[in-house]
Write a protein that binds this ligand. Structure first.
Ligand code: GSH
Length: 202
């Protein structure tokens, strides 16, 4: 099996962490979907990473589908609870974290366009979602040790990847100052080897 991924993509990082936590082996194929020689569209009509490729050539996308599959195929350390309420709480946290990343990625891409074509209104609109998403993330977590319940789940992986992406691409947002508990929590989860092994590099 192969994972087509970009080393800077937080969605790819989420899948890599889940696969590592579950001890699932695969071949990592690095592909940057923005490059003209990218082959990602051959595997995902939406042209986005990550993509999971099975031995028979069939594929899975997007990251939420892939991680759900990976969690279900290995009994090692369940990351998505089976209890319906806990399960949907984890998926909701993942949606919030992924939504923050979606808005952050759109902001990053807008800022990469030639300056005259950039829309400050669009950037502000997206950054508003990032800030509101962070505030909700922090509020919902309160002073708890984990995003959902009393153990490490997919919600923590998605949250950690979102916060790591903000540190990587938006250090000027300085989210840690307004979210001190989230900051302590983040410092704790990034000590996990699976987070350390997947730190984004430009
Ligand atoms: N919802 C998708 C989002 C994936 C996504 O936006 N990936 C970005 C990289 S971080 C990408 O490949 N973008 C290429 C493009 O939009 O053309 C997922 O969870 O997999």
């Amino acid at each position: 099996m192969k994972l087509i991924a970009s080393p800077t993509s937080p969605f790819s990082r989420k899948v890599r962490i889940v696969a590592a936590e579950k001890h699932i082996e695969y071949e990592l194929v690095v592909d940057a979907p923005w490059e003209s020689d990218s082959k990602v569209s051959d595997y995902n009509p939406l042209g986005k990473v990550p993509v999971w490729v099975f031995e028979d050539g069939k594929t899975l996308f997007d990251s939420r589908v892939i991680v759900e599959y990976l969690d279900s195929v290995s009994p090692v350390g369940h990351l998505i609870p089976t209890d319906p309420r806990a399960r949907i709480a984890v998926k909701r946290c993942e949606a919030l974290a992924d939504g923050i990343v979606d808005a952050a990625v759109l902001t990053y891409l807008e800022r990469k366009r030639p300056e005259v074509q950039q829309s400050q209104d669009w950037i502000d609109h997206q950054l508003g979602k990032v800030r509101a998403g962070l505030a909700a993330m922090s509020h919902e977590m309160g002073m708890a040790n984990w995003c959902v319940g009393d153990s490490y789940t997919l919600a923590d992986i998605a949250t950690g990847c979102a916060l790591g992406y903000l540190d990587f691409r938006f250090p000027e947002l300085d989210w840690r100052r307004s979210q001190p508990h989230l900051s302590e929590y983040f410092d704790r989860i990034v000590q996990r080897p699976t987070f350390k092994d997947t730190v984004p590099v430009a």
